[in-house]
Write a new protein. Structure first.
Length: 158
């Protein structure tokens, strides 16, 4: 199992996340609506709105699945926040970074993952809007743009 590298300027990123005051808060319909929309439009069985702090990935909202809290050592989203563009893993079972992750080898049996980083106005990547499938599920460039657009809406809503 590979652990994601820490993003550059990790301290500033964590401070930006803290300013949102969103970690460990109750569900909110506006975020639930955005993850349902992501799942529907991208035709995936599950979508998540995850925030990544210094120790874990925490779900603010989920559609088609239960919200999760995952250690960074088992977080695909921790990899996503190391870049400005969406990260797509068409087949997690074939990717050496993720093939041993518990969510790949066990429930919910994630086979495809696509996540867009949540980028604050100051440029910090504080989490992801991601979709998953239990089977290989290629996404088009248009799909990835839609995922990025929805992620930008999340940041506006937060």
């Amino acid at each position: 199992m590979s652990t994601a590298p820490r993003p550059e300027n990790e301290y500033a990123r964590l401070m930006a996340l803290a300013q949102y005051g969103i970690l460990d808060t109750v569900p909110e319909e506006s975020f639930d609506r955005l993850v349902r929309l992501a799942s529907h439009v991208l035709q995936t069985p599950a979508a998540y709105l995850n925030f990544v702090d210094g120790h874990r990935q925490w779900s603010k909202a989920a559609a088609g699945a239960s919200p999760v809290e995952t250690p960074l050592s088992e977080s695909m989203c921790a990899w996503t926040i190391t870049q400005d563009t969406p990260m797509v893993v068409e087949d997690t079972q074939q990717d050496p970074r993720f093939c041993d992750y518990p969510m790949v080898t066990g429930q919910p049996h994630i086979r495809m993952y696509a996540g867009a980083p949540l980028i604050t106005p100051s440029g910090h990547r504080i989490g992801t809007l991601c979709v998953t499938d239990t089977q290989v599920h290629p996404l088009s460039d248009t799909d990835l743009q839609t995922l990025q657009d929805l992620a930008a809406l999340v940041v506006t809503e937060a």
